[in-house]
Design a binder for this molecule. Structure first.
Ligand code: SIN
Ligand code: CO
Length: 379
């Protein structure tokens, strides 16, 4: 059964987790999913990896023949997976929920986090003793033991220097501060910046990493300016009517500096445009996920949200309506409809029938359908 909630340790609730742990400190959650049964094994993951193109990676630890770490990025070929050594490798497949829509419901226990903060599910497999090395991630991660066992060692105040010349960022020195062995169904939450080293125990170990990657300032500004350049006609130039002669023509005076800085800031100052851009940017689909165009069929009982589409909504300033963003596009929408659409993977029953009778809701659903973000069951 797919878990619906995290079973927090005694004394912890979702509110306490968010207040005291999220983005702050690690939390080990024993039996986070008490009835957990892994829906896949190493062979299944290998099969998925062959279809996963760029989402698959194979990591080899240094060994007697090769003193360096090795990283093979997908697409992986079958012979690579059928000729794996007995030890020292890890197979990782990211964006599982997009490759396999049946895995999207595994995000349900994390719905206490906003849609836009949740990133992807990566599943890894490794034989006894194997690891991807001690490293630091820049994002929050929930490390669920999917199958078998894994030792986790962490350090919350690590030395961040990495080994030179390796294809992965492996810490040069790592001293464990705390260690645990996780069994299937146990989960370890780590905020960004905590060094961690996971070592498989036994040959069935699989780790599910639910990642919540936040954008950084440079990514946001760069992407916004690229979009601005492509789509905005507005590009004011520095002007200086009433210029007076300077005593020193070689000086860039403070009033000109202030005006130049104000001009630069003006490119980032349009709040309405920035809000709309954020909605599009944070739901942008992967470059290769081209949606098929279609007209909404007349009679419909069931619609599925495609799992590779992120949905969020933003309240329109000064109004009760909002804009629903999906797959990098915005759609004008009632707040109640946006809440329903952004929280629901399967649209059916009276809620769907009622929405389809309402002209405004029907229009939003047709647009989502025409863009491929909602699909009928047969698709
Ligand atoms: C793994 O699953 O092998 C590594 C996950 C992680 O360290 O983030
Ligand atoms: Co990691």
């Amino acid at each position: 059964m797919i878990p619906e909630h995290i079973s927090w340790p005694p004394g912890i609730t979702t509110e306490i987790f968010l207040r005291d742990y999220w983005q702050q400190k690690p939390l080990l959650i024993r039996a986070a999913f008490p009835d957990w049964h892994s829906p896949m094994d190493h062979n299944d993951l290998a099969g998925i990896a062959l279809e996963a193109d760029g989402c698959a990676r194979l990591v080899f630890e240094p060994n007697d023949d090769n003193p360096d770490w090795q990283l093979e990025r997908g697409p992986l070929e079958e012979h690579m997976l059928t000729s794996l050594p007995r030890q020292g490798w890890s197979l990782m497949v990211a964006e599982i929920e997009k490759l396999l829509p049946d895995f999207a419901p595994y995000f349900a226990p994390f719905q206490f986090l906003p849609n836009w903060r949740l990133d992807d599910l990566m599943i890894s497999a490794a034989p006894n003793g194997a690891s991807v090395g001690a490293h630091i991630d820049a994002y929050d991660v929930f490390l669920l033991q999917g199958a078998g066992e894994r030792e986790w060692h962490i350090n919350t105040q690590p030395d961040t220097v990495c080994l030179d010349g390796q294809p992965l960022a492996i810490l040069r020195e790592f001293v464990a501060e705390q260690s645990w062995v996780l069994q299937a169904g146990d989960m370890l939450y780590l905020p960004p910046g905590v060094a961690h080293h996971g070592i498989a125990r036994g040959d069935a170990s699989m780790t599910w990493s639910f990642g919540a990657r936040a954008p950084n300032a440079r990514e946001l500004v760069q992407a916004y300016l690229d979009d601005h350049q492509e789509h905005s006609e507005v590009n004011p130039r520095y002007s200086d009517p009433g210029l007076t002669q300077q005593a020193d023509p070689g000086e860039l005076p403070s009033d000109a500096i202030d005006k130049l800085i104000a001009l630069m800031r003006s490119a980032l100052n349009d709040e309405t445009r920035l809000r709309a851009w954020l909605g599009c940017f944070l739901t942008e689909p992967a470059p290769d996920s081209e949606p098929p165009a279609a007209d909404l069929p007349d009679s419909l009982q069931l619609l599925h949200r495609r799992t590779d589409v992120k949905m969020l909504f933003i309240e329109n300033q000064g109004s009760k309506d909002c804009t629903l963003y999906a797959g990098g596009l915005g759609f004008a929408c009632r707040r109640s409809t946006a809440r329903w659409l952004s929280q629901t993977l399967v649209l059916d029953g009276e809620a769907l029938a009622q929405a389809l009778r309402d002209p405004q809701d029907r229009h939003v659903i047709s647009q989502l359908f025409a863009n491929g973000w909602l699909e009928t069951v047969d698709d």
